[in-house]
Design a binder for this molecule. Structure first.
Ligand SMILES: Nc1nc2c(ncn2[C@@H]2O[C@H](COP(=O)(O)OP(=O)(O)OP(=O)(O)O)[C@@H](O)[C@H]2O)c(=O)[nH]1
Ligand SMILES: [Mg+2]
Length: 440
């Protein structure tokens, strides 16, 4: 149960101007009475008061306290928020006073969990709150802000409504065949709708994948034969000397990974060992890893040396990366001009053409942040499951009766509900009762 009263320091435990200590639960107000020099009648919901926290005779801090009455609070329970001075020592003392007066320390995420359990927010909003806390860049924060404002619901609800319409009608047909005024749904009517849902889900899932990539980091492998300047490029992108650079071919042997934010996009960079025929045991392992990195990457930065004619090894690599999403970079243009393509000089940290290309390439994906889009892997995998179920419906043999096939639609509906954390049966039954006054 969650009817005990919890408390926690809600701000980071470090020196700052203000720190917030929160309580939530039935005892919040009575605990506040015990520790504040504020008359009880002033503790009105939606009010803020200046007063002091006292432990017996001792004044711990002068504070601003906000009062919230259930259900109009973050957790939908009675809540009291104490704004202390931001010192670590004072804040801790206020917290331990609350514990002494009967509160229990909150577990991580427990305030938001209560908001969810009390039905104030759905699961996706709870997830968004967590995403907001962990946001590392603008896109992640934007997407979390969308989630907090219920964007997921806007995406999923239209599907739920349309699917449950169809399901409800199929179920009525089965359960109440004597109600002849309810028309029986035929395969010809249902299949086009399902096909349309599949297409729309497919579009959503593609957009979500593209957005997730720019938001969480594009796996970017820097690839090329030895000595073309891969590690120099990594260093130029990071603007620090992360990887060892020498003029000895085969300098980098292991994968070197770093994440950077470039404007609105985030890259997981992997500097790889130069690929060539080698007999060196260590280098061979490194080259094997490079090949694997090429397979797994979202984007390949293929580095070629503009100061030398292309050789067989370059040609090999051009072939190896042909099917992949790649940018071909002509490096060392400080030594030798190059006519076209993306021209850089990693050594001189002249990589503007590459940066421009990257921004341009992912511009459309970045702008997805301004529309509603799924935010995380959990949501996305449920969406894809739903899509497969609907596809399963379409793939069934024609002779199979629709009420059996519709099991697929029911599964899809359940998956979509789960994205929002809603109870599937409940909402379906809701809908059924709303639309059909069967047996009145
Ligand atoms: N002039 C010039 N030299 C460069 C440039 N980029 C890299 N180099 C030089 O090329 C040599 C090899 O550079 P690295 O960055 O180590 O090359 P790499 O591709 O990582 O090589 P491996 O790790 O051996 O595969 C070094 O001497 C660099 O200083 C460039 O843009 N211009
Ligand atoms: Mg290197």
């Amino acid at each position: 149960m969650w009817n005990d009263t919890i408390c926690a320091i809600s701000t980071a435990l470090q020196k700052g101007a203000v720190a917030i200590v929160r309580m939530s639960g039935e005892e919040s107000f009575s605990v506040a009475e015990k520790i504040l020099d504020l008359p009880k009648e002033k503790m009105q919901p939606n009010s803020i008061h200046y007063c002091h926290v006292r432990d017996g005779e001792e004044v711990l801090d002068e504070v601003l306290v906000s009062f919230f009455r259930a259900p109009h609070s973050y957790t939908a329970e009675d809540m009291v928020e104490i704004n202390c001075h931001g010192g670590v020592y004072v804040t801790r003392r206020v917290l331990s006073l609350l514990l002494k007066k009967g509160c229990r320390p909150a577990e991580p995420g427990e305030f938001t969990r209560r908001a969810y359990l009390n039905g104030r927010i759905d699961l996706s909003v709870a997830e968004a709150a967590n995403d907001m806390i962990n946001a590392r860049n603008l896109l992640q924060a934007k997407s979390a802000a969308k989630g907090l404002d219920g964007s997921l619901q806007r995406l999923i609800d239209p599907f739920l409504l349309q699917i449950s319409d169809v399901l409800a009608q199929i179920e009525v047909n089965i359960d109440y065949p004597e109600y002849t005024d309810e028309k029986v749904l035929s395969e010809e009517e249902v299949a086009p709708k399902v096909r349309e849902w599949v297409q729309r889900l497919e579009k959503l899932s593609k957009e979500a994948r593209r957005f997730a990539r720019v938001k969480d980091g594009i796996a970017t492998a820097i690839v090329g034969k030895p000595n073309v300047g891969k590690s120099s490029l990594l260093n130029a992108l990071l603007d620090r000397e992360r990887a060892i650079v020498t003029d000895i071919a085969g300098t980098t042997r292991d994968l070197i990974e770093e994440t950077i934010d470039l404007g609105n996009i985030s890259l997981h960079l992997i500097d790889t060992a130069g690929i060539r025929e080698s007999t060196d045991v260590i280098e061979k392992i490194g080259i094997e890893r490079s090949r694997q990195a090429i397979k797994e990457a979202d984007l390949i930065l293929l580095v070629l040396d503009a100061s030398h004619p292309l050789d067989e090894e370059d040609e090999e690599l051009l072939k190896l990366t042909e099917g992949k999403d790649r940018l071909i970079l002509w490096n060392k243009t400080d030594l030798q001009q190059h006519e076209d393509g993306i021209r850089i000089s990693a050594k001189e940290k002249d990589i503007q053409e590459l940066l421009d290309q990257l921004q341009e390439k992912y511009e459309a994906d970045v702008s997805l942040a301004d529309s509603d889009v799924l935010a995380n892997e959990r949501q996305l995998s449920l969406l894809e499951k739903a899509k497969e179920e609907l596809q399963g419906f379409l793939n069934e043999e024609e002779e199979i009766p629709i009420d059996l096939k519709s099991e697929h639609i029911r599964e899809a509906y359940e998956d979509l509900c789960e994205i929002l954390g809603k109870e599937y049966r409940e909402s379906l039954i809701d809908h059924l009762f709303r639309n059909f006054c069967v047996g009145k």
